[in-house]
Design a protein around this ligand. Structure first.
Ligand code: ZN
Length: 190
């Protein structure tokens, strides 16, 4: 059996189980009001939020890239997502319980790119001088850098709770590095 054959078999099992339980997404009137989180995480096969955080079908939008970093590409996807939900007349839950999570991890492959600074400067679209501030070798520092980058993004809803987590691939445990707090404190000038 090829890898694809095995995956297709799993898909048929999935469809049968979900359909029997009435859980297929099409049966929900609207998917987005059920979304509880937007997670930015690494593409590494060991750190899928569905497994590491037990995210269930329909619970979270997950963006994955090399390192789980907030890059111009990540921000572009956030912008497109905002537009899609606007066009669909849906928006992620209002109120203070929508989580925006940056999930980095130990032993990340991105740390092996530190010998190729040009690849990293292209990825982040920054100059070589700015690269050190991205804290690529240290996931704990990097997750704080990326949470700060999200806080500096005016297009994000201010009431979303943004946090920064690091998953330890050796223990399986996730540490909260940046505790959840609103993207922006309420503007008191209003
Ligand atoms: Zn990684």
């Amino acid at each position: 059996m090829t890898t694809l054959d095995a995956l297709m078999k799993r898909n048929r099992d999935f469809a049968a189980e979900q359909s029997a339980a009435g859980l297929l997404m099409a049966s929900l009137p609207r998917a987005l009001p059920n979304v509880k989180a937007l997670i930015i995480s690494c593409a590494d096969m060991r750190v899928d939020p569905a497994h590491v955080l037990g995210v269930k079908l329909g619970e979270a939008v997950v963006f994955r890239n090399i390192g789980g970093r907030v890059t111009p590409g990540t921000l572009e996807m956030l912008g497109l997502l905002g537009r899609i939900t606007q066009v669909a007349g849906e928006s992620p839950r209002a109120g203070g319980d929508f989580c925006l999570i940056v999930l980095h991890h130990t032993d990340c492959g991105i740390t092996r790119l530190t010998g190729d600074p040009e690849m990293l400067t292209d990825y982040f679209e920054i100059s070589k001088e700015e690269l050190q501030a991205k804290a690529v070798p240290d996931p704990r520092a990097a997750v704080a850098v990326d949470v700060a980058a999200l806080r500096a993004t005016p297009a994000l809803p201010g009431e979303w709770l943004v946090s920064g987590l690091v998953y330890d691939v050796a223990t399986g445990l996730v540490d909260i590095i940046v505790p959840p707090a609103p993207v922006r404190v309420a503007d008191t000038r209003q």
